[in-house]
Design a protein around this ligand. Structure first.
Ligand SMILES: Nc1c(C(=O)O)ncn1[C@@H]1O[C@H](COP(=O)(O)O)[C@@H](O)[C@H]1O
Length: 164
């Protein structure tokens, strides 16, 4: 049984935490061991390279990378690891996150980044997608994820349109 974090949640700045904590929270809810760090392709390029290069041998299976504006972090990390990288576009002040979204989504062919929606919903979905990736190879995660999805379905069905 593997110990230590399976998922790495990284972000370009501390200011991204308000968005990226939603990835961390859903991972915690599903009992997935994960780590959260600030790493920037622009501001700490050597640390970013080291993180990406060592991620697989440290036991990580998926990396979730959030960044805003010129959001090069997910793509640069993907260029230095064979692990799947899920990119979360953080909502930027000036362009509302469209800049982040395009920076992350428009990767050149050959180096894929799985791009999620802008902001908190994207971060939460990145967490869920990471769990479903782990679930593909581990029945314990699959059981937990399926149960979580079933609870969500029950909640939705139990909440009809107000006044109907
Ligand atoms: N996009 C990147 C990268 C990167 O891609 O490496 N490093 C920091 N940043 C972004 O700069 C924005 C503003 O950062 P500050 O709030 O620290 O000024 C953040 O959304 C961060 O993700």
């Amino acid at each position: 049984m593997q110990t230590g974090p399976r998922v790495g949640v990284i972000m370009g700045s501390q200011s991204d935490w308000d968005t990226m904590r939603h990835a961390s929270e859903i991972l915690a809810e599903l009992d997935v061991d994960h780590e959260c760090r600030v790493v920037s392709a622009h501001r700490t390029p050597d640390a970013m390279f080291e993180y990406a290069q060592e991620a697989a041998e440290r036991g990580l299976k998926v990396i979730i990378a959030g960044a805003g504006g010129a959001a090069h972090l997910p793509g640069m990390v993907a260029s230095k690891t064979h692990l799947p990288v899920l990119g979360v576009p953080v909502q930027s002040r000036t362009l509302n996150g469209l800049d982040s979204l395009l920076s992350i989504a428009q990767m050149p062919g050959g180096i894929p980044v799985g791009t999620l929606a802008i902001g908190k919903a994207g971060a939460r979905n990145a967490g869920l997608l990471a769990v479903s990736m782990l679930a593909a190879f581990d029945p314990e995660f699959a059981e937990r994820y399926i149960a979580w999805r079933e609870r969500q379905t029950e909640r939705v069905l139990a909440n009809p349109v107000p006044g109907s």
